[in-house]
Design a protein around this ligand. Structure first.
Ligand SMILES: [Zn+2]
Length: 791
């Protein structure tokens, strides 16, 4: 990295600093909406929206605080809510005290412990880590520690018969046998370990393929369209694609749909390095030219054999053939490759057309499209072999709980996955190391007798890398209680993949909680700024740091897009080229994603881990210790308006041509904004009014049921068109790139597909759900809050 060394953050946490930051940028493009289109995920979760609001409405567990207790936090929050904690006879904010306990060296030691051995999902090493985490949480005396096991179908590379990618003559003699198709070589001693998964793409089709080679750029829909336009036929060919821009599973699906026999995906130096100024690891942070990216190509989330159901012993399993038939997993073989091997194939492809300028990568050669090799090699073809095998394996989620004193049945969940393709330095164990320190700090508060008002749950997910398997099975296992009661889900996958800026993706509902938390943590890059101020400088317009929409690619998906639980996702990232967008950092999913890579190439002092942990802890406490949830309904309304305006301006002409109007959606958003304002006024009224505790409890309960109900109101039981798993009408993963976020996906997907009947229907569905959310906010509000029985 071209960044200086950072000194560790001082242990003293500054109190909230509000400074006027230098402001940059013009009008903010608050949501980076990437209008890509989607994956076919062909299964449905049974209608879950009914009775969604029952949870809070029926809830009556809040204890009336003792009237003799005089200690109150700001805004008349009784001490029982846990916003304050006793320290040397004084009451101090629990967030301040919590972050004081946090220590960068402990996070570093956690990371070292977690990443000594490779720990792919289903392996003994990964299950041993589950036991270690569970044991440490028991030692910290969490109220409950569960090791929740599911039995799921995973796929592994074959050690005795590795995958291959070759140049072969017609008589089958091998001209070139790509070494990195079989093995990714270590470059440092710590990488020389038994159990490193050989190069593979999980849930690939198994078998061999032989044919002319064709270069398909990033293997996006538009790339294949361009090839067709240029007169290149990829059918019956082996496709060579570069990693980047979209989810690799989407590449596999599109390649298969276009008739490719097999797909090889390599890491081009223009996207992953090494290149000028960014030397290869161990001299710098870039991917060595022999490095490559593993990763899943499954197109559904969760165990492919148990869609909609948890993978517990008695549950029905469908056959793998059914999963293949509905494109949950690709049928063609797919495997990764390094650039040092890709160069051998690309350099002899000088037949056919030269690749368009923006298709050319960073290798020192002329990129040709093919199909086939040049005249000197016209008797050769490409041959690939994928020998991965399927195995049903136990996976383990570890879930630790600190029960809330006031609303024990309303959890705020914090989650991070544990399994890694190799060592998991950044992905995911930078997050795990940080979560362990968050839990330890809170357990120190617990020792003083402190409890949060709401329950906090800490989740170490398994088999995320395979397709969010552990978290989705958990969500399917506990869907009813989560749907009824869960308050929020806060995810961290890669805590630190870069050190340039904090990246927050979240439901707009969480904006106030994240803004508040980041205003109370010092930037690890510049001690004169808070994280909020730095965030504001780098990504936002005046006053409004940029919060991105949630797509998919990590464990919030089951919570947010399936159950409508307000969710957020945090990471420190870099601004390095395109990798910033889809993967975060160059050695992602390679053998080089290690403790040593982080320590020597990224951040020696773990200051960014620490800062992220503090933001995570403070955000979680903001939500779990505040009687009235700090949810941003007004912010949600503003975002809805921006999303609809954006939709309108992007597709204005097309919609006009088809006589389709978004008027109903616009008026629904207007009524959402009006209702949000009324609800916010009611929240402010209750907070300001010095009501007696009984009155407060009654009103808090009503406000919270509404605040939680808004996100749930966006769920459509039947799911999105062609994608019944995804039920959130406002946000979904992009249909042809699940990493990105699509706004009003039912509408945008069907516009791209030019299915105008569905567009009309989906405008109605979106508008009705936005209107429903508006009604949830105002229904009986006057009576409940202002005691106005005649309204
Ligand atoms: Zn991850």
């Amino acid at each position: 990295m071209a960044k200086e060394d950072y000194s560790p953050l001082e242990a003293e946490e500054s109190s909230p600093k509000v400074k006027s930051a230098v402001r940059i940028g013009k009008d903010s493009k608050l949501f980076k909406i990437i209008r890509n289109v989607g994956i076919l995920i062909v299964f449905a979760l049974a209608g879950l929206t009914a009775g969604v609001l029952i949870g809070y409405l029926a809830f009556s567990g809040a204890k009336t605080p003792s009237c003799s207790e005089p200690q109150v936090a700001p805004n008349n929050i009784p001490k029982e809510w846990g916003a304050l904690v006793s320290e040397n006879g004084k009451l101090v904010p629990a967030g301040d005290q919590g972050v004081l306990q946090m220590d960068a060296t402990r996070i570093e030691n956690n990371l070292k412990m977690l990443t000594v051995e490779p720990h792919i999902a289903g392996s003994k090493t990964n299950n041993d880590l589950a036991k270690t985490i569970a044991a440490s949480w028991r030692e910290l005396k969490l109220d409950k520690v569960e090791e929740i096991q599911y039995s799921v179908l995973l796929q592994y590379p074959n050690d005795t018969n590795p995958n291959r990618f070759q140049i072969r003559l017609t008589n089958h003699s091998v001209v070139f046998d790509a070494p990195t198709a079989q093995l990714e070589p270590p470059v440092t001693d710590d990488e020389k370990k038994e159990g490193v998964a050989r190069p593979f793409n999980a849930y690939s089709g198994v078998g061999s393929a032989e044919g002319p080679l064709v270069y398909v750029n990033y293997a996006r829909r538009e790339d294949f369209q361009n090839l067709t336009d240029m007169g290149v036929n990829v059918s019956q060919c082996i496709c060579l694609a570069r990693y980047g821009q979209i989810f690799r599973g989407s590449k596999a699906l599109v390649a298969q749909q276009n008739g490719c026999l097999g797909l090889v995906i390599y890491s081009d130096p223009i996207d992953y390095g090494p290149k000028k100024g960014f030397p290869a690891y161990p001299n710098g942070w870039s991917l060595p030219e022999t490095g490559l990216q593993r990763g899943t190509v499954m197109l559904m989330d969760g165990d492919p054999l148990t869609p909609l159901h948890p993978s517990i012993p008695d549950v029905y399993r469908r056959s793998l053939d059914e999963a293949l038939a509905d494109h949950s997993v690709p049928s063609i073989p797919v495997t990764p490759l390094s650039s040092s091997d890709a160069i051998h194939f690309l350099s002899i492809m000088s037949t056919g057309k030269e690749a368009p300028e923006d298709w050319r990568g960073g290798l020192n050669l002329t990129y040709y499209l093919g199909p086939g090799f040049n005249s000197e090699n016209q008797n050769s073809s490409a041959y690939m072999e994928v020998n991965n095998y399927y195995e049903t394996k136990p996976i383990v989620n570890v879930v630790g709980t600190i029960y809330g004193s006031q609303e024990p049945d309303h959890p705020v969940l914090l989650g991070n996955h544990r399994d890694a393709w190799t060592f998991g330095g950044a992905d995911p164990n930078s997050g795990t190391a940080t979560m362990l320190e968050v839990v330890r700090s809170l357990s120190l508060l617990r020792e003083t007798g402190w409890r949060p008002g709401r329950t906090m749950m800490f989740c170490s997910w398994d088999a995320e890398e395979y397709g969010l398997v552990g978290s989705v099975e958990f969500v399917e296992d506990r869907s009813k209680q989560l749907l009824l009661n869960a308050v929020a889900y806060l995810n961290v996958d890669v805590a630190v993949g870069g050190i340039d800026h904090l990246r927050v993706k979240a439901s707009p509902m969480l904006i106030p909680a994240f803004y508040q938390a980041t205003k109370e943590v010092t930037s690890p890059n510049d001690p004169s700024l808070t994280v909020y101020e730095e965030w504001q400088l780098e990504t936002g317009a005046p006053g409004e740091p940029d919060v991105g929409g949630l797509g998919s690619g990590s464990d919030y998906t089951g919570f947010f897009q399936v159950l409508g639980i307000t969710s957020g996702d945090l990471s420190y990232t870099s601004t390095f080229n395109a990798t910033d967008f889809f993967a975060g950092y160059p050695v992602y999913h390679s053998i080089h994603d290690t403790f040593q890579w982080i320590k020597t190439s990224l951040e020696p002092h773990f200051a960014h881990h620490l800062a992220l942990g503090k933001v995570w802890l403070r955000t979680a406490l903001n939500i779990s210790t505040t009687p009235v949830l700090p949810f941003g309904v007004v912010e949600y309304g503003e975002h809805l308006l921006m999303l609809v305006q954006d939709l309108n301006s992007t597709h204005n002409q097309t919609l006009g041509r088809e006589n389709i109007t978004l008027d109903f959606l616009f008026t629904s958003v207007e009524s959402f904004q009006a209702s949000a304002k009324m609800l916010q006024d009611a929240v402010d009224y209750v907070k300001e009014k010095d009501l007696n505790m009984t009155e407060n409890l009654k009103k808090w309960r009503v406000l919270n049921s509404k605040l939680v109900g808004v996100e749930r109101s966006f769920l459509v039981p039947e799911g999105l068109p062609g994608r019944p798993f995804f039920k959130h009408v406002v946000y979904a993963p992009g249909k042809y790139n699940s990493y990105s976020s699509a706004a009003f996906p039912g509408i945008t997907d069907s516009i791209v597909e030019e299915n105008w009947r569905v567009v009309r229907e989906q405008v109605t569905v979106a508008a009705l759900n936005v209107r429903a959310a508006a009604n949830v906010m105002t229904d009986s509000l006057q009576t409940a809050i202002y005691d106005n029985y005649s309204s």
